[in-house]
Design a protein around this ligand. Structure first.
Ligand SMILES: O=P(O)(O)OC[C@H]1O[C@@H](O)[C@H](O)[C@@H](O)[C@@H]1O
Length: 290
């Protein structure tokens, strides 16, 4: 078990072989190599476009970008100066310690506090902790939000996880019966509200769906593989894949990249969480290779 801090990233190494790489920029998880119980060979579980800059000039196109304090373009009056998905994914995070380091798991903490570039666009005082834990077949991400200001504030948060998979074959469940907002079909600029009637959801065409009040436990499967995702305090789930039609408009997306991932994004994406002064909130994601 060990971890290594370089100028650009933090690397975790589990004694059984799995590794995780976290960029200081955005605290973005860039890589998770893990085997599974049925196939111990290590393979990459997180997609990053080969065209993505990793130098802090723009958010990583892939990985697990952290979305805070607004999901998508801002709608809340407190967020009007923010860009899409807020600022957490495009600020440099700081090392905040090694929590556990044993044969079972290794766990580290990164932190983000307001800096002038954040104060310029957001006037709430906050503290973010990001705890990343690696065990043999599982990656856990915990985002802690603390209100360090004198008044309540409202926020959204989300793990924008790009799972490596064969896009045409991947299926996600259980989402049947849930209300979702389809952002690929706008009516008067608003996503179309639908009820999911499929047992399993695919991303064989351009998909940008925000599911409301989800179960918090998901199965992502493709022939010969898959992952299980469990979450805590993340009420909604976004399923996104741009396919060629929207993917070719993204400069940092490699040609055909959309064939190799699905974004399954647990978060608070629709309503806002209210946090009282001095209080903390924790949102969690746990991904286990099948
Ligand atoms: O291009 P970005 O800012 O990384 O966002 C990618 C996608 O992120 C998803 O979460 C949104 O639902 C999509 O609408 C958006 O296109």
């Amino acid at each position: 078990m060990t971890f290594e801090r370089t100028e650009s990233k933090l690397i975790l190494r589990h004694t059984k072989g799995p590794t995780v790489e976290i960029l200081w920029y955005g605290a973005t998880i860039l890589s998770w190599k893990s085997g599974s119980k049925s196939n111990p060979a290590l393979s990459e579980r997180i997609f990053v476009s080969s065209k993505s800059p990793l130098d802090g000039s723009e958010p990583v196109r892939g990985g697990i970008p952290l979305v805070f304090p607004c999901f998508a373009y801002p709608t809340h009056p407190d967020h009007q100066k923010l860009g899409i998905h807020g600022f957490a994914r495009n600020e440099y995070w700081k090392w905040d310690g090694n929590i556990t380091d044993n044969d079972y798991e290794i766990s580290v903490k990164l932190a983000l506090d307001p800096v002038p570039s954040i104060w310029a666009v957001y006037d709430k005082s906050f503290h973010l902790d990001y705890v990343v834990t690696l065990s043999e077949y599982t990656l856990k991400t915990d985002l802690h939000v603390t209100n360090t200001s004198a008044a309540p504030f409202e926020f959204q948060a989300l793990f924008h996880t790009y799972h490596v998979c064969p896009t045409k074959d991947v299926r996600i469940k259980p989402l049947k019966g849930l209300t979702y907002y389809d952002k690929t079909e706008l009516i008067d600029g608003k996503p179309t509200k639908r009820i999911e009637d499929r047992d399993t959801v695919d991303v064989t065409s351009w998909t940008d769906s925000v599911y409301e009040s989800t179960s918090g436990t998901y199965e992502i499967r493709w022939p010969g593989g898959g992952v299980d995702v469990t979450t805590s305090n993340m009420d909604d789930l976004v399923i996104w894949n741009p396919q060629a039609i929207a993917g070719r408009k993204i400069a940092a997306m490699e040609e055909g990249g959309w064939d190799n991932f699905v974004c399954v994004e647990p978060g608070l994406a629709l309503a806002f969480e209210t946090l009282q002064p001095g209080k903390s909130w924790v949102g969690k994601q746990e991904i286990t290779v099948r």
